[in-house]
Structures are given as structure tokens and as C-alpha cells.
Design a protein around this ligand. Structure first.
Ligand SMILES: C[S@@+](CC[C@H](N)C(=O)[O-])C[C@H]1O[C@@H](n2cnc3c(N)ncnc32)[C@H](O)[C@@H]1O
Length: 280
């Protein structure tokens, strides 16, 4: 079996099973099995695949057919400028979360030294991306899930940033250290009714702890704002992601808790997705 034939078989199989990105997924899965880049795969269409590798490719195709996200099968996801290890214990990093990185890098000059808290670190993608670019900064990453924290620690090690992050397995409610310049978070913000309506690849595979936040989806956002009031230094900033319909309620909560709202950032669909606020 050569790569061209295997790719075509894979695409056809995924298409038949209603996977919309059938061509791309077939390429990514085969490239991964062969340990090739996608480019290398596409210029080696006559490469002869060993049986063991082809069997592995078939296993990956079966997982994808069942709607398992490609990032979990490949065990990696690109975020900002880096590749992060991911597994079913963590949310797959999303492009809209990169808004937090963009905004924070604007806030922190290259030589500045700041101390950050990442609440609900998951794969660690937020704090690691920032600390890779701001070598004088350091921070704490907390998560209620020990398994998620293990993934974040592993990513910090891969990206050689582990000495700059203090990892703590704790509920934001119980975290007490209070000297942060910035609190950052992409909290869970989906309400439990919406959760049932999510695509099956998200609902069935991604950790519910990373997605769901009570009846109105604001459970974690409420805790985050209340806690940040205590955890931030005066004039410290709270920067967090929200669901597209949560901007008014979040603004309200911030104002009632003594925050000034600096900016509401929109995603590429022009939906409000990140709020930057200052503790007064
Ligand atoms: C939406 S995920 C974000 C993961 C990662 N920061 C990202 O942007 O890809 C939310 C994370 O918050 C964690 N979490 C949920 N409730 C929490 C709580 N009460 N305290 C701390 N972390 C919590 C979950 O385990 C999950 O890893």
C-alpha cells in the first residue's frame, strides 16, 4: 500500500461517515502515523507503508469516525506560536483564547517583571505562551483537576518554562495568595442546557469540568471576579474569556465588585469574547 492509496481510502471512509474535513483529517492522521510532516507526506505519495503502520492508520480512522476530535488522536494542538500536548483531561485550546495572549502582551513590556495567575490552566496554553515571550515574568497556574494540572506541567517542561510556574491543584475559591499583577482565565462558561446542544465531538470527548458552569454558565465567572478582588494588587488587571452572550452580566458583576472596565475584545466573528478590567 502506498501513501496515495492509503490517503484516498482514508478520505473516502471518513466522508462516508459524515466527517466534514475528510481530506485534511486523512492527511493529518497518516502523516502522524508515519511521523512525517503533512508537506513531507504530500510529496511522497509513492512511499510504501508497512503493514504495522497501516493498521495504526486504520485505528486512527476508526477513532475519527466516532467523532473524536483530531487533536486528541494526534495528542497535540497548535496554540499561539507553540504546539501543546493534549489529552482527554484537558480542553483543546481554542483560537479565541489567543485574544488573551495578544492583549496581555500589549500590557506587559518586554523587560517588565510581573506576577500572573492563570485560573483553570488546563493544558497550560495561556500562561506558557505568555511566559515564553516575557522572560522577566513568572506566575501561578491553578486547576481544580489534578489530571489537567499534570498536562500543564508536562507542557511547561516541553517548553522549558517549568521553573517559572508554580502549579497548584486547588479550587479558585480556596486559593489565598494575593500579590498578583494579573489574573487571567478562560473559565468554563457554558450553561448546562447549552451543553446538551453542543456538537457531539465536544460534548462526548472534552472534560465537562472545563465546559459547564451551572444554570446560567456564570458560576466560575462569578467566583473569578469575587476572588480576583482579593488576589489582585491594587490596579492589577483581570482578563478573562466569556461566552458571546455573557458580556452584559459579566460587566455588571465587575462594576458591582469595584472593577473598572478597560476593554471588551471581539473575536473574528465580531462577538465579545474577552474582558479586560482593573481592580480600583
Ligand atoms: C475552559 S477550560 C480552560 C483551559 C485552558 N486554560 C484553555 O484556555 O484552553 C477551564 C479549566 O478550568 C478548570 N476549573 C473548573 N472549575 C474550576 C475551579 N473551581 N477552580 C479552578 N479551576 C477550575 C477546569 O478543570 C478546566 O481545566
Amino acid at each position: 500500500m502506498n501513501t496515495l492509496k492509503a490517503l484516498n481510502l482514508g478520505s473516502k471512509f471518513l466522508k462516508k461517515n459524515n466527517i466534514e474535513t475528510f481530506n485534511l483529517d486523512s492527511e493529518l492522521l497518516l502523516a502522524d502515523v508515519l511521523n512525517f510532516s503533512r508537506e513531507k507526506l504530500l510529496i511522497n505519495l509513492n512511499y510504501k507503508i508497512k503493514k504495522k503502520k497501516f493498521d495504526k492508520f486504520k485505528k486512527s480512522l476508526l477513532r475519527r469516525k466516532n467523532n473524536e476530535p483530531i487533536a486528541y488522536i494526534l495528542k497535540k494542538k497548535e496554540f499561539w506560536k507553540h504546539t501543546f500536548f493534549v489529552n482527554k483531561d484537558v480542553l483543546i485550546p481554542r483560537p479565541e483564547t489567543e485574544i488573551i495572549i495578544e492583549e496581555l502582551l500589549e500590557e506587559i513590556g518586554l523587560e517588565t517583571s510581573k506576577y500572573l495567575l492563570d485560573v483553570g490552566t488546563g493544558s497550560g496554553c495561556i500562561i506558557i505562551s505568555i511566559l515564553k515571550e516575557r522572560s522577566n515574568c513568572a506566575g501561578t497556574a491553578i486547576d481544580i483537576s489534578q489530571k489537567a494540572l499534570n498536562v500543564a506541567k508536562y507542557n511547561a517542561k516541553i517548553h522549558q518554562i517549568q521553573n517559572k510556574i508554580n502549579f497548584i491543584n486547588i479550587d479558585i475559591d480556596k486559593h489565598i495568595y494575593n500579590k498578583y499583577d494579573f489574573v487571567l482565565s478562560n473559565p468554563p462558561y457554558i450553561n448546562k442546557f447549552e451543553l446538551n446542544r453542543l456538537d457531539s465531538n465536544v460534548k462526548s470527548y472534552e472534560p465537562h469540568l472545563a465546559l459547564e458552569a451551572g444554570v446560567d454558565g456564570l458560576n466560575l465567572i462569578r467566583k473569578l471576579i469575587l476572588k480576583s478582588k482579593i488576589l489582585l494588587k491594587k490596579r492589577g488587571k483581570l482578563i478573562f474569556e466569556i461566552g458571546e452572550k455573557q458580556v452584559n452580566k459579566s460587566k455588571d458583576l465587575l462594576l458591582r465588585n469595584g472593577f473598572y472596565i478597560n476593554k471588551i475584545c471581539k473575536d473574528i466573528y465580531l462577538k465579545p469574547r474577552v474582558i479586560i478590567s482593573t481592580k480600583l
